[in-house]
Write a protein that binds this ligand. Structure first.
Ligand code: ADP
Ligand code: MG
Length: 472
C-alpha cells in the first residue's frame, strides 16, 4: 500500500496539532520526568492505523486462551516446572537464581504459600511472517505486561481522526479499538473478588522512575469505578507502607486496608532489585494471603528457556494433557524455531556460529534491550565458555511483513517503512497448587510499531510507538 498513508507534509503539520492536543486532552501521554511528575507529553503513536490482515488478528485472538491454559497448567505441574527451575537457576544464578531461591524458601516453610490462588495478566507477542503470511510468536509475557491502557486510547485517537475529518484521505477498512483496558481491569477486579474481602485494596508494585504511569493508572481508575481502592508502592518502599500480620494478611498503611491482590508492574529485571531491601520485599509480599499477579513461579514460567522447551509437542502434552490435538496444532503453527544452547549438537552450534544471520540470541531477561542479533552472535559466543551457553536460547528471526506508516514522536513525524508487533492480552486466575482454573480469558490486542532500520534488516531499533489496527 504505497499510497497509504499519504505522504503530504502540509497535512502532517495539521495532524501533529490534532494528535498532540487530542492526546493531552484525553490522557494518551507519558510523563516528561518521572521524578518531578508534573508534566506530560503525547505518547509516541502512529498518525494512521496500520493495515493488518483480519485472519491473522483472529487467529492470534483465538489461540490466547490456549496459551493462557498452557502456562497456567505448567505452573500447576509442579514436578515438571520445579525440575526446570533447577536448570534455570544454574544458568542464571545472579537473577533468575534468586527468584528461584524465593520459591524454594517458601516451599520449605510450612506456611510458605498462604494463598492457593494465583492471578495472571499475560501478553503473547507476534510478528507476521511475510513468507508464510502467518503469525509467529516472539515471546509470551507473564509479568508486568504494559500498554493495555494506552492501546485502547490509540484506537480512540484514530477513531476521532476518522470522525473529525482530520484525514485528507480516509483509510478504507474496518478500524479496531482495543478493549484491553476494560478487560485487564476486569481481570484484576475478578481476582479482587475471589480474595473475598470487599473492603480490601489492590496493591500496584511499581518502578520508582516510571514514565508510563498513565498506562497503569487507567487500570487503577477502572478499579475505582467499581469502588475497588488501589495503592501504588515501589519495591523499595514495601516495608515502609505494608505490614504483614501473623495470619499473613497484608495491611496497607496509613489506610489500614487489607491487600487483596499484589499486582506487579516492576520486579522483573535485575535493576528492580538494586539492594537486599528489594529482594526482601519480594519475599515478604510472596509470603502473604494476597493473590499475586503473578506469583514468583508464574513469573519464572515466562522465561525464554521455558518458551524454548514448549516448542516440543511432547513437552506440551506433558504439562497440559487436556489440550486437544487441534489446540496443540494451533500452538505449533504459531511457533518460530527455537534451539537450546545447553550442550548443543554440532548442527545447532553451526547455526549459531556460521549461519547466525538468520538468528537472534536471547538471555533469560525481560524488558527489552538484551538480545544479540545476527553477525554479533558468533563473536559473542566465542568469548563465552561453552558451559555458559545454556543461559541463552537461539531463535530463528521472523521476517516481518513490511508496511508504511508515519510515527509521531516528541512532536515530530517520521515517515517510512515500519514493522509491527501484535500483542494479545490474556487474563486468568487458578490454583497454583491444585488443578482448578477459575477463569481464563482473552483480553484484546495491542499493536506496537517501529520504524524499520535497514542495517538491522528488519529488527528495528528505537522509534517504537503504539499503533492500532485497521483490518485489510
Ligand atoms: P524482551 O523480553 O526483551 O521484550 P523479546 O523476545 O520480546 O524480548 O525481544 C525484543 C524484541 O526483539 C522484539 O520486540 C522484536 O522486535 C525482536 N525480536 C525478538 N525475537 C525475534 C525474532 N525471533 N524475530 C524477529 N525479531 C525478534
Ligand atoms: Mg518483548
Amino acid at each position: 500500500m504505497s499510497d497509504y498513508p499519504p505522504y503530504d507534509p502540509a497535512q502532517d503539520g495539521f495532524l501533529v496539532k490534532e494528535i498532540t492536543q487530542w492526546c493531552i486532552g484525553n490522557g494518551l501521554v507519558m510523563l516528561n520526568d518521572a521524578q518531578e511528575g508534573l508534566s506530560a507529553m503525547h505518547a509516541p503513536v502512529t498518525t494512521y492505523p496500520t493495515n493488518y490482515p483480519k485472519e491473522a488478528l483472529e487467529e492470534a485472538l483465538s489461540i490466547q486462551t490456549t496459551y493462557n491454559k498452557l502456562y497456567i497448567n505448567l505452573c500447576q505441574q509442579k514436578e515438571w516446572i520445579e525440575s526446570q527451575l533447577v536448570d534455570l537457576a544454574q544458568l542464571d544464578p545472579s537473577f533468575t537464581g534468586r527468584l528461584v531461591d524465593i520459591y524454594n524458601r517458601l516451599k520449605s516453610e510450612p506456611d510458605g504459600f498462604p494463598q492457593k490462588l494465583t492471578g495472571g495478566l499475560f501478553r503473547s507477542d507476534y510478528l507476521l511472517d511475510k513468507n508464510q503470511n502467518q503469525i509467529k510468536q516472539v515471546e509470551f509475557n507473564t509479568v508486568s505486561v504494559s500498554f493495555g491502557g494506552l492501546s485502547a486510547k490509540v484506537g480512540e485517537l484514530h477513531d476521532y481522526l476518522f470522525k473529525s475529518g482530520a484525514y485528507a484521505q480516509k483509510p478504507s477498512g474496518k478500524l479496531q479499538i482495543s478493549k484491553s483496558v476494560g478487560l485487564l481491569t476486569e481481570g484484576l477486579a475478578k481476582m479482587h473478588a475471589a480474595y473475598g474481602n470487599k473492603e480490601a485494596a489492590v496493591l500496584f508494585v511499581v518502578q520508582p522512575n516510571e514514565r508510563n504511569v498513565v498506562d497503569q493508572r487507567l487500570l487503577q481508575y477502572g478499579l475505582a469505578e467499581s469502588s475497588i481502592p488501589a495503592f501504588r508502592v515501589t519495591l523499595t518502599d514495601v516495608r515502609k507502607f505494608i505490614e504483614r500480620r501473623d495470619d499473613n494478611t497484608l495491611i496497607h498503611q496509613p489506610s489500614g486496608k487489607e491487600i487483596s491482590v499484589v499486582y506487579y508492574r516492576s520486579a522483573y529485571a535485575p535493576t528492580d532489585y538494586p539492594t537486599e531491601t528489594e529482594w526482601d520485599a519480594r519475599y515478604f509480599l510472596e509470603k502473604s494471603t494476597a493473590i499475586k499477579c503473578p506469583s514468583v513461579l508464574t513469573q519464572l514460567s515466562g522465561s525464554k528457556k521455558v518458551q524454548q522447551l514448549l516448542t516440543s509437542v511432547e513437552t506440551i502434552k506433558t504439562v497440559s494433557p487436556s489440550l486437544s490435538a487441534q489446540q496443540i496444532q494451533s500452538l505449533i503453527k504459531s511457533y518460530a524455531k527455537i534451539y537450546s544452547l545447553d550442550n548443543p549438537d554440532e548442527k545447532v552450534k553451526n547455526l549459531a556460529l556460521k549461519d547466525s544471520l538468520k538468528y537472534v540470541l536471547k538471555p533469560q531477561r525481560e524488558g527489552g534491550g538484551n538480545n544479540i542479533y545476527k553477525e554479533d552472535i558468533a563473536p559473542f559466543l566465542e568469548k563465552l565458555s561453552e558451559d555458559k551457553w545454556g543461559a541463552y536460547i537461539l531463535m530463528e528471526l521472523i521476517e516481518p511483513a513490511e508496511k508504511t506508516n508515519k510515527i509521531l514522536r516528541s512532536g515530530k513525524i517520521h515517515h517510512g517503512g515500519i514493522i509491527s508487533e501484535l500483542g494479545i492480552f490474556g487474563t486468568g486466575l487458578w490454583e497454583e497448587s491444585g488443578s482448578e482454573i477459575l477463569f481464563n480469558e482473552e483480553a484484546s490486542f495491542l499493536l506496537r510499531t517501529k520504524l524499520q532500520e535497514s542495517n538491522e534488516g528488519g529488527v528495528a531499533a528505537g522509534f517504537g510507538c503504539i499503533d492500532n489496527i485497521i483490518l485489510d
